[in-house]
Design a protein around this ligand. Structure first.
Ligand SMILES: O=C([O-])CC(=O)C(=O)O
Ligand SMILES: [Mg+2]
Length: 411
């Protein structure tokens, strides 16, 4: 067994199995404590909440608690491995929520037959939480699931693989384009993958100025074009009126490659076909569409990003989901809308251009990090992210009318 594989397994197995646990937030030492915490004292907040559901924010952990919910149908770039196998990833997301944004998060893996059954399960438990982070649910079901749950739940519901990934991709991409001296309006974009992340990334890039007809999306059958039959609703939105059919066809002269598909699907010879100063985001986890070493060998003029922590430019939704939920929950937002997403993009872009704190340099084992080809997006352990993104998101929630309490007054 490789050393890294064994270390990863040991990390999960010791000192206790898994990565999260529940801790008490109040004293439970004396008989008096128990009388307050449990019977008879607990009856008082019960009555208060029965009277007014908003009192749940005052007397329970609801307001600082996120549910990370998956059915394991699209675990990272690994595929449909079932709900239980997704548990390490969901515990991992809970770890990140806590570590980076101080939010308590609990993983829930749902076994179900129909999409409707999944939606009902989540909708029926939603009131327990301050927000719901949907994770690693395959397309096209994920679109209906998210839309329906947004309608049915009073709390924010956010499919991280769509919007978290899209927000970080848009921020990194706009910065990379600036460095490469290109503009998004005229960029020729190739998107490898047509799942949740692909569709959301391309829609957000279009909101940022990209031209839909200059986007070429590919699924397992090749380029998605207008003469293809049996396209899902979401793929139809990206059907390009083109004669091009293969990855090589569309990579000729492309400015941007976004990979949200699977490992090693971008051959170096194909990368070589791209326009001058290309941008490659190979975001499949854990293994990118092309290895950075290989890509840099072929193209010296490249800006390269992956979803991983062990290379420069980590374009991963960890840079978004903890903080967008922090901002949303701080003002008890009823939703995470486009205004809040754009605020997160802008905050991420701005932070990248400012001097990096010493502790971030130390944690990332680098001497300097300055805005440029090897630093287009902040590092996940940057302590500025929480405060800056959350504040920007809270403000956008207030301005767009989805906040239920003013900033800093959430109890
Ligand atoms: O977990 C990660 O590293 C990013 C992610 O959401 C995914 O790949 O599905
Ligand atoms: Mg995911």
């Amino acid at each position: 067994m490789s050393d890294f594989r064994q270390r990863a397994l040991d990390y999960h197995a010791y000192p206790t199995p898994g990565k999260i646990r529940v801790e008490l937030s109040t004293s439970a030492d004396s008989v008096d404590d128990l009388a307050l915490a449990y019977s008879p004292g607990v009856a008082e907040p019960v009555r208060e909440i029965a009277e007014d559901p908003d009192n749940a924010y005052k007397y329970t952990a609801k307001g600082n608690m996120v549910a990370v919910i998956s059915n394991g149908t699209a675990i990272l770039g690994l595929g449909n491995l079932g709900p239980l196998a997704s548990k390490p990833v969901m515990e991992g997301k809970a770890l990140l929520f806590k570590r980076f944004a101080g939010l308590d998060a609990i993983d829930i893996e749902v076994k179900h037959r129909t999409t409707e059954e999944f939606i009902n399960t989540v909708a029926n438990i939603a009131d327990t939480f301050g927000g719901i982070n949907l994770e690693d649910i395959k397309a096209p079901e994920c679109f209906e699931i998210e839309q329906e749950l947004i309608k049915r739940c009073k709390i924010p519901v956010f499919h991280d693989d769509q919007h978290g990934t899209a927000i970080v991709t848009a921020a990194g991409m706009l910065n990379a384009l600036e460095i490469q001296g290109k503009n998004i309006e005229s960029a020729k974009i190739v998107c490898m993958g047509a799942g949740a992340a692909a569709v959301a990334c391309m829609e957000l890039l279009i909101k940022c100025g990209a031209q839909r007809e200059r986007i070429y999306m590919l699924d397992r059958k090749g380029v998605i074009h207008t003469r293809r039959e049996e396209l899902t609703e979401h793929k139809k939105l990206f059907a390009n009126n083109t004669d091009k059919r293969t990855l090589e066809d569309v990579m000729e002269g492309a400015d941007i490659f976004v990979g949200v598909s699977g490992p090693d699907v971008l051959p170096p010879e194909t990368l070589a076909l791209m326009a001058e100063n290309p941008i490659v985001f190979a975001c499949s986890n854990p293994d990118p569409e092309i290895k950075p070493e290989l890509a840099h060998e072929v193209r010296k003029d490249l800006i390269m990003a992956t979803g991983r922590s062990d290379y420069p430019n980590q374009v991963n939704n960890v840079l978004c989901f903890p903080f967008i939920f922090r901002g949303a929950l701080d003002v008890r937002a009823t939703a995470i809308n486009d205004e809040m997403k754009v605020a997160a993009v802008e905050a991420l872009r701005t932070i990248t251009k400012e001097p990096v704190p010493e502790e971030v340099l130390a944690a990332s084992k680098s001497d300097s990090l300055t805005f440029g080809k090897e630093y287009i997006i902040p590092k996940p352990m940057d302590p500025r992210l929480c405060e800056r993104i959350a504040t920007a998101v809270s403000k956008a929630a207030i301005a767009s009318g989805v906040a239920r309490v003013p900033e800093n007054s959430a109890e």
